[in-house]
Design a protein around this ligand. Structure first.
Ligand code: PMT
Length: 490
């Protein structure tokens, strides 16, 4: 492949950066490697075709007049580097290549689940383990899941002969450090290269995602905070840590985030990975306020955290998201258009206005009743005579959307239940005519309304699956994974 000629045909390095959503160093790396990452091949082929350039879709070899016009010298040199580049590049379109760095810590076992999830996506996963990481999980288990050799040693002659550490770093489309200890973050922030992991981090041109896991005091320590800020200021992304009980018996921020959340962030960081692109999704969220008079209202304890997490995660997956939110105290979620409403009636009309859509997710805690005849004037207090409020039923937004002539392909509701959540949730799914229900047990000891965590039962026509208790963000990631399957393959 004559990579320089292709870059020229696409309008130069900055045009390629814009096309693939990468930085200048990535394009320089492609030139050094003599190959584009495999996942970018289709995009490049389509962009060349759109410019009227004839190109072989398999090899990206330019064909005809353009190929002849390309400098023979350049062709020769890039052909050599192309041969040296990864064997995968000679085939058709293949998956992105991830370099996963596992550093030491009890959370290292969760990296196994992360590898499994990445492999489910069809990604190539190469793993470097630090000495500490190898104390918690064995390279053998890692290799069994990744299907690749696991690298541990900077000075291994065999490893260097098979795949030099620079190539390991350069071939990656994304580097993920999970779990990241305080130690590796400190060494990364200092630019050290005293083991294979830190050397690869220094040598890579790929984006880097860090998922810290450590004792809460270590995470809170000013030294770690400063290191995290330094890494962020260099463009690295940090996800988590989550709060809760940690393995060392202390409570606070320090737990590795759910592997699904790491997966989703990794997916977002891979250029061109937006599985919900061109999908319109409407999310209702938060409580509704139903006025009693001009100054008083009836509300519930929904904070909007669950609905907003869903909106944010779906937007990150490339969806065009409209969030219809009742009154909440949260900042607007990144990437979504927000429509603010107060009452159930307003929420219904905003939701109908947002149609057509590919999916509607009703996460809002909509008031079932409104006060009959509520006016603007403040009700006067008459001692000994409290007002007798009467109620009228509010419209059911979920049921209305499920039976609407413009019904989206996928309609999802929540169910807030205080007993037998699966049975009641499934009953709600049938009665309201939606496809899926996420039933949460709001009567359980652990709070759901306003909390950061949730435990839901995912109910479809096929049955119910109980997801473990996790952050609302992770619930959103799990839901997004199911939605991607449904909307893109179903
Ligand atoms: O906002 P958080 O603090 O993060 O809390 C999250 C949550 C508990 C609010 C959320 O997880 C949740 O369960 N939302 C639905 C709460 C609810 O109203 O459940 P329900 O069982 O009363 O309603 C069932 C479904 O019908 C829901 O999808 C609801 O949005 C919808 N509905 C209900 C009444 C109505 N008039 N219109 C509706 O669309």
């Amino acid at each position: 492949m004559n990579i320089d000629a292709i870059i020229d045909q696409l309008g130069g390095a900055s045009a390629v950066q814009a096309l693939l959503g990468v930085g200048p160093s990535a394009v320089s790396n492609y030139r050094i490697r003599g190959a584009f990452p495999e996942y970018a091949r289709v995009k490049i082929w389509q962009a060349l075709k759109a410019r009227g350039v004839q190109v072989d879709p398999e090899t990206l070899e330019l064909i005809g007049a353009v190929a002849e016009a390309s400098s023979p010298q350049t062709t020769a040199s890039t052909a050599a580097s192309s041969t040296a580049s990864s064997a995968a590049s000679s085939g058709g379109v293949t998956a992105p290549s991830i370099l996963l760095i596992i550093s030491g810590g009890i959370a290292a076992y969760k990296a196994l689940e992360l590898i499994r999830r990445m492999k489910d996506k069809g990604w190539q996963v190469r793993v470097i383990m630090t000495k500490g990481g190898a104390q918690f999980v064995t390279p053998l288990s890692v290799s069994a899941l990744s299907g690749e050799k696991t690298y541990t040693d900077l000075f291994s002659l065999t490893d260097e002969a098979e795949m030099g550490h620079i190539r390991l770093a350069r071939d990656a489309d994304l580097v993920v450090v999970a779990p990241a200890t305080a130690n590796i973050m400190a060494r990364m922030a200092q630019g050290m290269s005293d083991d294979l992991a830190t050397t690869a981090v220094l040598a890579t041109g790929a984006p880097i995602l860090i998922a810290p896991a450590m004792n809460p005091h270590m995470w809170a320590n000013p030294a770690t905070r400063a290191n995290a800020e330094t890494l962020k200021s260099r463009g690295m992304r940090i996800i988590g840590p989550d709060s809760g009980d940690t393995a060392c018996g202390e409570e606070g921020a320090g737990r590795l985030v759910d592997p699904m959340a790491i997966l989703s962030m990794a997916e977002q960081m891979l250029p061109g990975q937006t599985p919900l692109k061109n999908r319109r999704i409407v999310v209702t969220s938060g409580p509704t306020h139903e006025p009693i008079d001009g100054v008083r209202y009836i509300a519930n304890r929904s904070s909007g955290k669950q609905g907003q997490a869903i909106a944010e995660v779906l937007a990150r997956h490339g969806a065009e998201v409209t969030l219809i939110s009742g009154p909440v105290d949260l900042p607007p979620p990144a990437g979504a258009d927000v429509i603010r409403v107060t009452t159930a009636k307003e929420m219904l009309s905003a939701t109908l206005n947002a149609l057509p859509a590919d999916a509607v997710i009703c996460a809002a805690a909509v008031a079932d009743w409104a006060v009959d005849g509520a006016g603007k004037a403040k009700l006067k207090k008459t001692p000994g005579q409290p007002p007798a409020l009467t109620f009228v039923e509010n419209p059911d937004i979920l049921a209305t959307i499920s039976g609407h002539p413009q019904r989206p392909k996928l309609v999802v509701g929540f169910a807030a239940e205080t007993e037998t959540p699966v049975a009641h949730g499934d009953d709600k799914r049938r009665r309201k005519g939606c496809d899926w229900i996420l039933a949460n047990d709001v009567g359980a000891e652990a709070p759901v309304f306003g909390a950061d965590d949730n435990q839901v039962h995912f109910i479809t026509a096929k049955g119910a699956v109980t997801w473990p208790r996790m952050t609302k963000h992770a619930v959103a990631e799990h839901l997004a994974t199911e939605m991607i399957k449904e909307l893109t393959h179903g």
